[in-house]
Design a protein around this ligand. Sequence first.
Ligand SMILES: [Zn+2]
Ligand SMILES: [Zn+2]
Length: 330
Amino acid sequence: MIDWARIHKKGLFIEPAQAYIDPPFASSCALITHGHADHARAGHKHVIATTQTLDIMALRYGADFAEHKTALDYGQSVQVRDVMVTMAPSGHVLGSAQIILDYQGKRLVAAGDYKRKADPTCAPFEVVQCDVFVTEATFGLPVFRHPDPHQEIEKLLSVHRLFPERTMLVGAYALGKAQRIITLLREAGYNQPVYLHGAMQKLSLLYEKWGVSLGNWQAATADISLAGKIVIAPPSAFGTSWMRRLHDPLICFASGWMQVRQRAKQRGVELPLILSDHADWDDLLATIEQVAPKQVWVTHGREDALIHACEMRGISAKALSLIGYDESEQ
Ligand SMILES: [Zn+2]
Ligand SMILES: [Zn+2]
């Protein structure tokens, strides 16, 4: 199949490019799928990513986060040693990309994190046929089926109407989820200002710079009353003095994991919102069928069920962790 890509030192190593995809360590050449911190780390010498992802990394790590940067638009290619590298949208967050690698007549697509549900804050996932498709499996179990996001936002708004005095405090990740919630609120006709915790303000400005309109949003600072308002804050703000300032907040949390009741309980969430930026089980399988690869490599989550489902469909599949060297060797 393809023997020029393998796991090496816990990163997906592309030998003829001498580059890693989303390496969890500082490397000399990194191909980065998107700006979430577990994929886009600091300290690489050369980073190849979409312009938006480079922007996000600069915001996080400072403008000089890498000695050398190569910015690619979707559909644009660059030759990295002997490999042609092309980016295609993955529908996950602003700037998120699948990395297409062409070498000696074979094509590998590393999808990174992706979703198939419509999201006006980023370009939609593009189906790219290939020999090897590297897929995530964050929600790779048949029990994971994400509901319609509009329905979840309707839930939020109807509870808000029931308790007009309370602060609706929505926990959400600062990159992607927060901005998606705002656009969903706007689509549902909510035109009031939305209040943002400090951790998500710069990223929201960056989204606006890239043409995503978020309507009226304001900083959730100490000097304004947030009673009766919708406030979005990252999980890291929960339990801090910032949160204790809020009067009688109604705690919501937006995540794909909210369909696991236990997780919602642990976080003390009154109103779980099942809103995910990852493909659910049905979308993982539909995507694999459309991409029609000869082989699937599964990473990032529950591998066994998805491998089994691929094999049932006559597609060979492996856990990515099994491809390459034994990690303990070096
Ligand atoms: Zn991600
Ligand atoms: Zn991820």
